[in-house]
Every structure is written in C-alpha cells, then in structure tokens.
Design a protein around this ligand. Sequence first.
Ligand SMILES: [Zn+2]
Length: 431
Amino acid sequence: MVFVVLRWHMMLIKIFIRLSLLYLMRSQILVVVLAICIIVPAGAGIQSVAFTQHTDIIDQVTVSMMEGYIQALQDIGPRVTGTSGTEEAARYITAHFQSLGLTVREDPWEYRDYEDVNIEAILPGVNRSSNRVFVICAHYDTVQGSPGADDDGSGTAAVMAAAQVLSQFQFQHTIKFVTFSGEEQGLLGSHEYARVANETGVNIVGVLNADMIGYTETEEGRTQIEIQETPESMWLTNVSIAFSQEYRESIDLQVVRDSAHPYSDHYSFIRYGFNATFFFEYEFNDYYHSPEDVIENMDLDYCTRVTRLMVGTLAELAELATGDWTPPYLRMDTPAPGRLYFRGQELIPLPFGTTVVVGGLTVTVYAGDNDTGMDRVEFYVDGVLQATDDQDPYQFVWDQPSLFRRTLEAQAYDRAGNRASVTSRIWTFIF
Ligand SMILES: [Zn+2]
C-alpha cells in the first residue's frame, strides 16, 4: 500500500517537473495552474519522493563486480601477514575505499612477532542523534602459498562491493567497512580492532563477517547459506532471513542457522560482547589454504548472491535515509559585493569590496534545491525579518529608510526544512 502511494507521488512529481520545463519555455498559465494542483496534494508526502526499493541497491552487486575484486586480490598472490603481499593488498583496498569518497583509516596492530594494518572505511549516518555503528568485515590476508581467492578474497570482495554500492546512498546509522589481516595467525587484527572498540566505547550494534562465501559443489549448495550466530546475535540472522525471503528473486538463498565457532573474525567481536554473525558457504571448499584456491574453482554467481544478502541486511539495519538532508543552493545576485547602486541601478565597482546602496534596491537571490524543491526565501536586515518570497526569482524590495552599515541576510528553506544562508555587509543611504 505504501508503495502505491509513493509511486503515485513520484509520478506526480515527474509530471510536475515536465510541466515546469514547459512553463520555463513560456507556455500558458494553464500549465502553472495544473502544476499547483499537482504539487499541493503531493506536498504532504514529499519527503518520500526519493524512496528507493532495496532491489535498487542489491542488484548493483554483480558477478563482474565480484570477479574484478577477487581477481585483483588473487593476482597480488599470497597475502601473508606482515609481508609485501598484505602491503600491496592494503594499498589496493585503501585506494578503492578512497575512490568512493569514504573516510579511510589504516589501523596498525602488533601482536608478538606480527605487525600489520587493518583497513577501515566509514560511511557516516545522517542521523546526528544516533551513535549506532554497523560493521561488515572480512580478512584480506592468506596462508603461505595460497592466492586466497575464496579464503578470503570472497569476503574481502563482499566488503568492497558493499562499500561501492552503499556509499551511493544515505543511512540513518553509521556503516563501517573493515578488512583485517592476521586472521590466519589467530584472528589477530580483528582481536585488536574489537578490543579497542570495546575500550573506547564504540557503539557497534551489529557485525556481519564474511569468510569463504564463494564455493559450491551441488545444486543444494548453490541455494543455501550458513549463518553462524550466538543467542545474542540471533536477531541479526532474523533480519537476513526476512530479507532473503523478501528479495528471493535477486538472492535465491535459504539461510541455514548454526551456532558460532571461533574460526573467523566474528569471534573477536563476540569475545568483546558485540553482536556478530558469520556468513559461510554451505559446502566447504577443499581447495582452501592451497595453491588451487583460485577464482576458477569458485562459484561467482553464488558469491554475488551471498554478497547481495549481506548488503541488503546491512541496508536494512542501518536504515536507508530517504529524506532530503542537504540544504538548498543559495547565492546573492543583487547587490553584488563591491558595487555602488543608485536608485536600483548598478553604477560602478568600488574598491575593498565595499557595497553601497543609495536610494531603494530590489534585492535578488538565486536559490534552488534538487531534492524536495524550494519552499521559500526570507530576507533579514540586522536580524529582523523584512519579507518572505516563495516564488522564483526570490526578491525583496528594500525601500525602508536606512542609514549607514547594515547586515543583509537571505535564508533559503527547502521543503524538508533544510536551511542555507548568505549575508552581506552594506552601506545604505535610503531615504
Ligand atoms: Zn579465512
């Protein structure tokens, strides 16, 4: 039902935009009347115009995307903790996160004879009153002699794909994309990460770990995914199960629950009291830890569907933010800085950026908003509201007597209530 209403509004908005374009091309008044009729009833639900179905998100995870990441990791070769292999892989993963505009942190850790870095990329939540964090993670190191396509190129690729796809959207809560090293030596990198998160009070609400998610043998294996959980993290599995059922067409997987074993990085989080689940292929890959753990021995379609499930679960947990979170664009056109105006006419440029207005002036600003559209512009002189304009061009006739220096301010509001402001200091001689 909700979907029907949203689609209807979306359609109205599309029609409105088309009609507006017509209007701009100097069409008839009828068009304006029609536009008003459409925009007024649609206005109530306007926050939901940008509503995105989760299929728009998860279907962006494709076989060729997964293949690209896994092949690149395999080509680096064995990525043994503390060697040039992990160093090169870390550079590759970091560059990927950076190219998406995410904040990236290479987080060094040390344990006995080992040292290396974890890599963390952050997609901050838009809800400023939330400190909730959701983590998707995998390990990028391998054992000696194995190119580690499935163990754990597959999980690392899932984290990279999640970042690639989810960074195009906004969420209420923060998502962290994390890859660890030192896993093969005993979950070293993740242990350090979870320890510090616990010590510093990071509010990690849920963790999804992927380690070996790209191998199948039989028809049964192709349609099953194992999720390991603890009593505390069962609720995360519930979200995944519900999601897999709702988006069966894209995912085509049945979730098989198991209790968590200490064989991968989820266990570090569990040890420090966080809720974590572990995504694990249903049929075990016997090529693992060998030179034959290569992409040719994987099922990339399966890997893609498991990744879709993880990405969808994450989108569900972090709550897609469908509103308009960005303020409108705003620019003061008249008066321009460093000009002398006489009875509304721009006369000459003045030095030092000084702006002088003699006689009255029609103040004009340019304002626009791509998300929910413009609501109004308010004009202030020395903090006192003078006029409100809700029609483009946004103007205010400044003809009240005024002497000496004033602060002229325009505030633009979009329909979601986001505000932009621009101010100008002006010498006035208005009688
Ligand atoms: Zn592994």
